[in-house]
Design a protein around this ligand. Structure first.
Ligand code: DAH
Length: 334
């Protein structure tokens, strides 16, 4: 009997799963099990021995039963612990990288310019991308057949309708709607038949208009110089006489070349200066066309957003803005 106990102890030691434990139980306590076989031998014994033998078998039986129960608990706990470990979240794992969208560099530049003018008290207005010839040209003092029309290669939809070539028609639209004083900028898309590394058939402009009493060229100079310094940093600013049909006098504004710091390079055509915007005092004909009272006057300006973005971020090809190459656009996600 002793050897059966030993045998059992040896066997149970190595058992680590329910299936094997079940087999072990059958092997010792099942119908043909080792312990059950012992009971069968009782009938061969004398009365005295029977008692003693029976007692021993019962002890062995309950010893084995308890050991199996205990093993069962151990196995259950082990299985539970293992599944908890496997299912638990590993907080040391690096997270999956999310791809965040970013604002397009053109939009970013528009927002930045808007913020500067808003801080000076300008409103923001919008116009129409498909415009009447009348608004794009005539009311801005550019009659049909006027040579100034050649300055802007136009997409005509029909004789009277164009894709606007500049944001200037918004000046007329707003002045027809609102009495003076007015003070706003107006960003938007414009279209010209033009395409090379600095020109795209669709690009963005920001128009500006300020109409009030007693506005002088010095106001124009002050506002634009301050704006350019806020956008580009501390750069030299110069005003050059120019011509636009809707302003008189007109000027073009240059900043000291931010690439070569005025020494002269390929970008500034060795002049040390970069042209960045057009401006002037609003032509009396334009004010008359919108029936503004005679004691009001003001200034206007227009700038190309792509040019501002290219200069500020050192981009040498305008196409990069419209190809939507994520590797390029990602560089502006700050
Ligand atoms: N509309 C002009 C252009 O596209 C830019 C411009 C020049 C706008 C002078 C103005 C201005 O308002 O006063 O070339």
């Amino acid at each position: 009997m002793h050897y059966i106990k030993k045998e059992f102890e040896e066997a149970i030691k190595n058992i680590d799963n329910n299936e094997a434990l079940k087999q072990l139980k059958a092997q010792f306590l099942g119908k043909k099990g080792r312990v059950t076989e012992l009971f069968k031998r009782i009938s061969d014994l004398g009365n005295e021995q029977k008692k003693e033998f029976g007692k021993n078998i019962n002890q062995l039986k309950s010893y084995i039963e308890n050991a199996i129960k205990e093993k069962q608990t151990q196995i259950n706990e082990f299985v539970k612990r293992k599944s908890l470990e496997e299912e638990s979240i590993d907080i040391t794992l690096p997270s999956r990288v999310s791809n965040f969208g970013a604002i397009h560099p053109i939009t970013k530049t528009i927002i930045e310019i808007e913020d500067i003018f808003k801080s000076m008290g300008f409103d923001v207005e919008t116009g129409y991308e498909i415009e009447y010839d009348k608004y794009n040209f005539e009311l801005l003092n550019i009659p049909k057949e006027h040579p100034a029309r050649d300055m802007q290669d136009t997409f005509y939809i029909n004789d009277n309708v164009v894709l606007r070539t500049h944001t200037s028609p918004t000046q007329v639209r707003v002045m027809q709607k609102k009495n003076p004083p007015v003070m706003f900028i107006s960003p938007g898309k414009v279209y010209r038949r033009d395409s090379d590394i600095t020109h795209s058939p669709m690009f963005h402009q920001i128009e500006g208009l300020l109409i009030d009493k007693d506005i002088h060229f010095s106001d124009l100079k002050g506002v634009l110089s301050e704006f350019l310094r806020m956008f580009f940093g501390d750069v030299p600013v110069r005003f050059r006489p120019s011509y636009f049909p809707f302003t008189e006098p007109s000027a073009e504004v240059d900043i000291g070349c931010i690439i070569c710091k005025g020494k002269g390079c390929r970008v500034c055509s060795h002049t040390g200066y970069l042209e960045v915007l057009g401006c002037g005092m609003v032509h009396p004909n334009v004010l008359r066309n919108v029936n503004y009272p005679k004691d009001y006057n003001g200034f206007a300006f227009g700038l190309g957003v792509e040019r501002f973005a290219m200069l500020k971020y050192g981009i040498d090809n305008i196409k990069l803005f419209f190809e939507n190459d994520v590797r390029f656009l990602k560089q502006f996600s700050f």
